[in-house]
Design a protein around this ligand. Structure first.
Ligand code: ADP
Length: 625
């Protein structure tokens, strides 16, 4: 019989699992039991939707220990696997296997992977040196045995099995220096692992439990006896009362379901009875899933109809801007046979979705108000998604989301909400000021911020691509308009500056006109600056599109031609301006040289590329000579 090779990626993962020093090896049992439970679910679901199938047999999961032979066996009476299914399902990693190896640097130890992907069945190799799977598929009369000793590959051969279902048989490893594998052959230990991770599995998990009792007829002599017992409570966690549950229960559920490898910052347990009745457990994660900001990421909640899972990612239940939320919804009011197409129009489901949206929003409000540190962690991961939510659908959702935004503040030196900003605004301040740039450090040094900062006004720093676009959607917050520090009119009345730069523009009109001619269509205007104090030049923009927005749009393949209307602002109080004036009066070549230098400096400050770096450096050399 031919030995088959695992697919390359599975092989590497196996190797990793077998050799990793993972501290939670015990989760292998959770994985196997959850597979067994899924397999029974599949028959249950069939029976509910297909009249020719009934669900009247005894459905259970059995965990058996054979200590002398070092065998741990997990059996189920579920749907089983055909020969092909054994090959397909156990020969490759089921869950986005190829993604696992995208980032080699993260592969230092298996920890992240095991948590992040729930490597499922493969985790058996963390405790076993041989894994044997005997399975008979529902409705078939043949059984097959799959067997593997790890990376070398696996074999599949026909075998005997009475009833349909699957036995997963683990040959537990010998004790190693740093790991007591014997533990996994101890009844007590296995039972407590089941209790810890799988208590809420809906089907009975049976074990032969050893007890001690007085021998019959004797008053002193004891004997051991074994008795099959159900070791899990079988009530799904979401049907339990909140006060029967503790944080660990929710955290375990989160990892059992592979919602994420982090610890969620919050869970929301909802039980609603009324126009529509449902239970839900939702989680707000702390960390970004590896694929969150990619096309591959699928949002959605698990959807159950009265305890039976009917869909594992129901997208209709979550708005895009809350796509990071994980969890499940169980409702008695949904039909089992509901199809994806029907879901969109299902009244009950829409009600649930609306309700869930409000609950999430309220919970985020609460965290923001009462647990600021936690909120900031969350925001670091998912703030972008909220901002994206404001921007998309033409700002339709801005009212839900704008209070949840945080931006770095120039005066507070920390993240602040728009509410906090507005509440600090002095009476005469007209606008909410912001400055966009690559990082807080770079924005801090932007000459454009000088006047606003000098006035003592707070500036919000926009460092995310999406920031300025989202803010344009909001437009006003509590009747205050947003204003970029680079925009034409800052709305700051600086008497001395205003009159002087106004008349400056008249005085030097010809000079500025000439500079504009020198720069041709690179700028739409040259004028005296009202905002500069210590720097000689800067760029500002006129019109809707800012320079930062132009940068971002230009980085997208479809927007190569967008252009902000740039204005070159000159500080007429700066020493350099005197030289400029002199050149204008005496030496046209020099004026051209200075204009070019100043323009390129302004570009550099903005973080924009200069057109001709060689010419620029040559020009600098010229004035040094
Ligand atoms: P996952 O459960 O995340 O899909 P696994 O590696 O744990 O990944 O399992 C791969 C597949 O093998 C499952 O999706 C299922 O189709 C099949 N499988 C595993 N265990 C069983 C079982 N006890 N009964 C039936 N099918 C099973």
């Amino acid at each position: 019989m031919a030995r088959k090779q695992f697919k390359a990626e599975s092989k590497r993962l196996l190797d990793l699992l077998i050799n990793s020093v993972y501290t939670h090896r015990e989760i292998f049992l959770r994985e196997l039991i959850s597979n067994a439970s899924d397999a029974i679910d599949k028959i249950y679901y069939k029976a509910l939707t297909d009249d020719s199938v009934s669900f009247d047999k005894d459905y259970y999961i059995k965990v058996a220990i054979d200590k002398p032979n070092r065998i741990l066996k997990v059996s189920d009476t579920g749907i089983g696997m055909t020969k092909e299914e054994l090959d397909d399902n156990l020969g490759v990693i089921a869950k986005s296997g190829s993604m696992i190896f995208k980032n080699e640097n993260e592969l230092k130890d298996g920890h992240e992977i095991i948590g992040q992907f729930g490597v499922g069945f493969y985790s058996a190799f963390m405790v076993a040196d041989t894994v044997t799977v005997i399975s008979k598929a529902f409705g078939s009369n043949e059984a097959f045995m799959w067997e593997s000793k790890g990376v070398e590959g696996y074999t599949i051969r026909p075998c005997e099995k009475d009833s349909f279902g699957t036995d997963v048989i683990l040959s537990i490893k010998e004790n190693a220096e740093d790991e007591k594998f014997d533990d996994y052959l101890e009844e007590y230990r296995i039972r407590s692992i089941i209790k810890k991770y799988s208590d809420f599995i809906r089907y009975p998990i049976k074990m032969d439990i050893t007890g001690r009792r007085l021998k019959e007829g004797s008053e002193k002599e004891y004997e051991d006896y074994t008795e099959e017992q159900i070791v899990n409570s079988m009530v799904p966690i979401w049907k339990k009362n909140k006060n029967e549950l503790n944080q660990d229960d929710y955290d375990n559920f989160y990892s059992e379901k592979h919602y994420g490898f982090d610890k969620p910052i919050k869970h929301i347990h909802i039980s609603v009875e009324g126009a529509v009745s449902y239970n839900a457990i939702l989680f707000i994660p702390e960390k970004i899933p590896y694929d969150f900001y990619t096309k591959e990421y699928e949002k959605g909640l698990e959807l159950y109809s009265n305890g039976v899972m009917i869909m594992n990612k129901c997208a209709e239940l979550l708005p895009d801007y809350f796509s990071f939320v994980k969890g499940m919804v169980d409702s008695e009011d949904l039909s089992l046979n509901i199809s994806r197409e029907m879901l969109q129009h299902d009244r009950q489901l829409n009600l649930i979705a609306k309700n869930i949206k409000t609950k999430i929003k309220n919970e985020l409000d609460n965290i923001l108000k009462n647990e600021r540190d936690k909120y900031e962690k969350f925001y670091k991961s998912f703030g972008r998604q909220l901002k994206y939510g404001i921007y998309s659908e033409f700002g339709r959702n801005k009212d839900v989301l704008q209070e949840l935004l945080l931006f770095y503040s120039s005066t507070e030196k920390k993240m602040v909400t728009l509410d906090e900003y507005v509440s600090r605004m002095p009476e005469e301040q007209k606008y909410i000021y912001y400055a966009a740039g690559e990082s807080n450090e770079r924005i801090e040094k932007l000459p454009q911020t000088e006047l606003v900062a000098d006035k003592g006004y707070e500036i919000l720093y926009f460092t995310d691509d999406i920031d300025e676009f989202a803010i344009k959607m909001i437009a006003t917050y509590k009747d205050k308009e947003f204003k970029s520090v680079s925009s034409g009119d800052l709305g700051i009345e600086m008497e001395e500056n205003k009159s002087c730069s106004g008349s400056d523009n008249q005085n030097y009109q010809e000079l500025f006109e000439q500079m504009k001619n020198i720069l041709t269509d690179k700028v739409s205007n040259v004028r005296a600056s009202k905002r500069l104090k210590n720097h000689p030049v800067c760029l500002s923009s006129e019109g809707e599109l800012s320079i930062e927005m132009e940068k971002i749009l230009k980085s997208l393949p479809t927007n190569q031609h967008v252009k902000a209307d740039k204005v070159l602002e000159i500080n007429t109080n700066h020493e350099v301006f005197r030289s400029l004036k002199e050149a204008y009066e005496k030496d046209q070549e020099k004026l051209k040289l200075y204009t070019d230098l100043l323009y390129n400096q302004a570009l550099l400050i903005e973080g924009l590329p200069i057109n001709d770096p060689v010419e620029f450096t040559n020009n600098i050399c010229k004035i040094m000579k």
